[in-house]
Design a protein around this ligand. Structure first.
Ligand SMILES: [Zn+2]
Length: 373
């Protein structure tokens, strides 16, 4: 999910705000300060509604973040590394670089989020109980936060993948059948069913109850869940299709070796423009010195192409992440995700024997699907 900015790291996990988050922050704050608090607690100072509304809204999103952090930390303990957490219009997403390999790990990780929301709900309920009748604005805030955290826990436990409840459901089917692929298929199908139920429910709410905005919102959530469920299903299929193949089997030899002393301009003229190569291994006397991609070429202003040797722009060999030929193809994809790279040389006894790129992994999957092999 692009289009956002980094807030910093919490427990080593990058926290990001997607630009759609500002829409939901605005809507939540408005509905609290304009409707909920004035209607439920008349007689406050006008600016107090806004101060409490903004603080409540911020604490709500902190609660969403805590929910995602709970998933992430439990995931990490169970061997599922989490790269980043993104807050966006429909809540939060923790980006995993690989799926759980054991049903138990998935179950613990999935339960952690709703459990965290329930605990937070309890803490805010306690705060409400301590402050009610004493400090009304704090009690009002705590009351709403207690309620919304419980709603968050309950909503997420709906058994439609990729909601937490869907993950819990998958881990149980997985444990019961011992078949991850089948469990994912059942859980994502159920997830799509739940998504369509949301869309249908939203339409009914719009036309039967005349609740236009509320209905529309539920339709949007349903539409998003349907999208997320189909993406998860496809990814699971792809992962399954890569599993059991080695790096040597899926690598390509479609790359060029070039000497380190040629200039960027020579490289572009001789190899990129007319022959269409996009990826180069820089070698001197058979030994790998580094790698150059289109991305590196574009990072040099065209006026400097004549003066810049490729040596200057390449990723040097000692910084290259490499793959062993016997390595599992799925683990290569996971390594790429983890390191945010698009290609990895396959190295056998210090010699490059091939290259794996995201493109050729995708092509491999397409071919398998096309030929049904
Ligand atoms: Zn969750």
């Amino acid at each position: 999910m692009g289009g956002g900015f980094n807030l910093g790291k919490v427990f080593g996990i990058q926290v990001r705000l997607h630009f759609t988050w500002f829409i939901i922050f605005f809507l939540v704050t408005i509905s609290l300060s304009w409707q909920f608090f004035p209607a439920s607690y008349p007689g406050w100072n006008q600016s107090l509604y806004w101060v409490i509304g903004i603080i409540t809204s911020l604490l709500f999103f902190a609660s969403v973040l805590a929910h995602e952090l709970a998933h992430s930390l439990v995931g990490r303990v169970n061997g599922i590394p989490i790269k980043s957490i993104t807050l966006f219009i429909f809540g939060g997403i923790a980006q995993m670089t690989k799926e759980a390999t054991k049903a138990g790990a998935e179950l613990k990780m999935a339960i952690a989020g709703p459990a965290c929301s329930l605990v937070l709900g309890g803490i805010f309920a306690l705060l409400w109980w301590l402050t009610r009748g004493v400090i009304e604005p704090v009690a009002a805030m705590a009351f709403w936060l207690a309620w919304i955290n419980v709603v968050l826990a309950v909503f997420n436990m709906i058994p439609g993948f990729p909601l937490d409840g869907g993950r819990v459901f998958r881990s149980l089917v997985w444990r019961f059948t011992g078949n991850y692929q089948r469990a994912t298929r059942i859980a994502t199908r159920l997830g799509q069913g739940v998504a369509y139920a949301f869309i249908l429910g939203g339409i009914l709410i719009m036309f039967l109850l005349q609740e236009w905005l509320g209905g529309l919102w539920i339709i949007f959530i349903g539409w998003f869940l349907q999208y997320a469920a189909s993406v998860s299903y496809r990814q699971a299929q792809q992962r399954e299709a890569l599993h059991g193949f080695t790096a040597a089997q899926v690598m390509t030899s479609d790359y060029m070796a070039i000497p380190s002393n040629i200039t960027v301009s020579q490289l572009v003229q001789e190899h990129v423009l007319f022959k269409g190569h996009r990826l180069f291994l820089v070698t001197d006397a058979g030994e790998v010195r580094g790698m150059v991609t289109m991305h590196h070429i574009k990072s040099v202003p065209q006026s400097n192409w004549d003066m810049t040797p490729v040596e200057k722009i390449m990723v040097p060999a000692d910084q290259l992440k490499v793959v062993r030929p016997e390595q599992d193809a799925l683990s290569v994809l996971e390594q790429m995700d983890e390191n945010d790279i698009n290609q990895m040389p396959v190295v056998n006894e210090r010699r490059v024997i091939g290259l794996i790129t995201r493109d050729n992994l995708a092509r491999f999957l397409r071919t398998r699907a096309e030929l049904r092999v």
